[in-house]
Design a protein around this ligand. Structure first.
Ligand SMILES: O=c1[nH]c(=O)c2ncn([C@@H]3O[C@H](COP(=O)(O)OP(=O)(O)OP(=O)(O)O)[C@@H](O)[C@H]3O)c2[nH]1
Ligand SMILES: [Mg+2]
Length: 254
């Protein structure tokens, strides 16, 4: 709520005011400020709120930008967990689904808000689907510090001499109304491509410069963000999640 302290009138102004009144000039009648029409209640989770707020349970700036863009038509306020001081969650599980659920619970418990989490990863066919849920730390397995650039470097080194370059990027999104929500919303997306032999392109993040999409003849890192979003694993999952949230959390709204 905005509580404004009344402006204190400086003594000189107070004097001027007095002298004006003493001239018996008729005081203008102040116009009543029209009240804004009440906003529709958009949040079944906190009935008093007019605009639903959802915490995005991720510290990855690339993911946040893509999710905020694809989920924008929901008309809800999507707040990055970092802005609310939510610390990074543990991701100890063997599946994307369990890790996404853990991240969403964690962010919801810390913020008191509904949460959407994203667990993603690269599944390389020649490696039996690895690195999978451990994708973010891939480089550290080979002695490099954790970073996107080192992940790419480690992957290209590990794939030297590997002819089968097929790999998928997968994304699982989980949304919860509260940390104890018994009915999480779940959406998944998957895109298959070929791992290049050198990085190409400077858009996106993660493995985008080595994820070649035969349908485009380009890597994800060569595609503008809106084109990546329209075809990516995360874009697919986010559009499904958007529909689920509209249907289950915001019924009756356009
Ligand atoms: O080429 C890519 N295109 C993508 O679209 C993409 N999305 C995620 N990733 C990478 O896969 C791992 C996920 O790990 P992850 O789900 O644990 O995320 P994260 O740790 O970065 O953030 P958080 O959401 O957990 O806070 C991280 O290395 C990400 O960089 C991508 N790589
Ligand atoms: Mg992570």
């Amino acid at each position: 709520m905005n509580v404004r302290s009344p402006k204190s009138t400086p003594p000189s102004a107070a004097l001027r005011k007095k002298s004006t009144t003493s001239k018996s000039t008729p005081k203008p009648i102040p116009k009543p400020t029209p009240k804004p029409p009440p906003k529709p209640n958009r949040c079944p989770c906190s009935p008093g709120d007019s605009t639903m707020q959802i915490v995005l349970a991720s510290g990855n700036r690339g993911k946040l930008a893509e999710l905020q863009s694809t989920l924008a038509p929901l008309g809800v306020e999507l707040i990055a967990q970092g802005t609310l001081g939510v610390p990074e969650a543990e991701e100890p599980h063997h599946t994307f689904l369990e890790n996404a659920l853990a991240k969403a619970r964690h962010a919801s418990a810390h913020s008191g808000l509904p949460a959407i989490a994203d667990d993603a990863g690269l599944c390389v066919d020649a490696f039996g689907g690895q690195p999978g849920v451990t994708t973010a730390d891939y480089a550290t397995r080979f002695g490099y510090p954790k970073s996107d650039a080192n992940n790419v470097r480690a992957l290209l080194e590990q794939m030297q001499g590997v002819e089968d370059r097929r790999a998928s990027m997968v994304c699982t999104l989980v949304a919860l109304r509260s940390a104890t929500d018994p009915e999480p919303l779940v959406a998944t997306g998957r895109v298959t491509g070929l791992i290049t032999r050198t990085p190409v392109g400077d858009q996106g993040f993660g493995f985008d410069p080595v994820m070649f999409l035969p349908a485009f003849g380009k890597t994800f890192a060569e595609l503008p963000t809106d084109v990546k979003n329209a075809h990516s694993h995360r874009g697919q999952a986010a559009r499904t999640m958007l529909a689920l949230i509209r249907e289950r959390w915001l019924p009756g709204l356009p």
